[in-house]
Design a protein around this ligand. Structure first.
Ligand SMILES: [Fe+2]
Ligand SMILES: [Fe+2]
Length: 206
């Protein structure tokens, strides 16, 4: 069987759908590979900064790595702006949707809200509300998002920062997207993990 027999979904049979499920599983297994390729496309998006979007993403992930952050955080930092390619008006939600099945709830929330938290640094210059993040005050992950933006996002526009390349992060991205989607042991609802770990950071910065 190379293709299903049906032309409308309601006419498919068990054999058709078993065939498709197998195909979809193979395709899903290559998500990490496609995301890494998409990151390279970020090089062509949104100009005007001193670094490209890819450069910015690599800087953010490198800072996370050098802070001793775990896989969930590093991969979230790497992919947090991937939505810029197709969703310029809700790039944060787009990136969060990609990450949500495979990272801690904490990290997906932070990526989803980072656009509002970033406004703290520039919205007053463009007639926006720098305190847009205040609607989330009291949320369990509020401080995590504030830290994410302060340490890894707003700081990562420096053309002189010596960051790692995309290949450096390949194994981590593959590990995260090889997880079982929506596994409660991955999502860890309500659990907070610090963004920084001084001991691990020391080991990584030798
Ligand atoms: Fe962003
Ligand atoms: Fe960013």
């Amino acid at each position: 069987m190379e293709k299903v027999k049906f032309t409308a979904m309601k006419d498919g049979d068990r054999e058709d759908y078993a065939f498709l499920t197998e195909h979809e599983t193979d395709y899903a297994a290559k998500t990490a590979e496609r995301l890494l390729a998409a990151m390279v496309d970020l090089d062509n998006s949104l100009s005007g900064y001193q670094v490209t979007r890819l450069g910015h993403s690599l800087q953010a992930a490198t800072r996370a790595w050098r802070d001793g952050a775990d896989d969930d955080w590093v991969v979230s930092a790497l992919l947090h702006d991937i939505g810029d390619i197709y969703a310029p008006y809700n790039h944060d939600e787009y990136a969060a949707a990609i990450l949500r099945p495979f990272v801690r709830e904490q990290c997906a929330w932070v990526v989803e809200k980072h656009g509002d938290f970033q406004k703290l640094y520039y919205a007053h210059h463009v007639g926006g509300n720098p305190h847009a993040r205040d609607v989330y005050k009291g949320h369990a992950y509020f401080e995590d998002c504030a830290t994410f933006c302060e340490r890894w996002d707003q700081s990562s526009f420096d053309p002189d920062y010596p960051h790692e390349g995309i290949e450096f992060f390949r194994a981590q991205v593959e590990r995260v997207f090889a997880r079982k989607a929506y596994d409660p042991a991955v999502i860890r609802t309500g659990e907070r993990v610090e963004l920084t770990d001084a001991t691990i950071a020391n080991e990584r910065n030798i």
